[in-house]
Design a protein around this ligand. Structure first.
Ligand SMILES: [Zn+2]
Length: 104
């Protein structure tokens, strides 16, 4: 049994995570953090949710494939502790860098 929140493993017999107070599950959902193919490169780390929103709309408009690693949008009201790391496909990396430079 696993806690879906903190991913702690429990022996059978337990039904609730002692730390998180959430029901345990048989299996953890598949990790979605694995980088998609083709290889992605880290462009920059962003701490500001407003800035992230702007960058997302620009990249969507430009039809760029990207994803953020470590973003915590489910905790909008909590200050960002971990940066969201902007990951860009290697073959689009230079184009995105230019786009964002124009932005600044
Ligand atoms: Zn837990």
């Amino acid at each position: 049994m696993f806690c879906p929140k903190c991913k702690a493993e429990y022996r059978s017999g337990f039904t609730v995570c002692a730390d998180c107070d959430v029901p345990l599950v048989d299996k953890l959902p598949e990790e979605k953090e694995l980088p998609p193919k083709p290889p992605y490169k880290q462009l920059k780390a962003l701490f500001n949710t407003a800035e992230i929103a702007v960058i997302k709309s620009i990249l969507d408009d430009a039809k760029i494939d990207y994803y953020f690693r470590g973003e915590r949008f489910q905790a909008m009201h909590v200050p960002l502790v971990d940066p969201a790391i902007l990951m860009i496909r290697e073959d689009q990396f230079e184009a995105v860098k230019k786009l964002l430079e124009e932005l600044e």
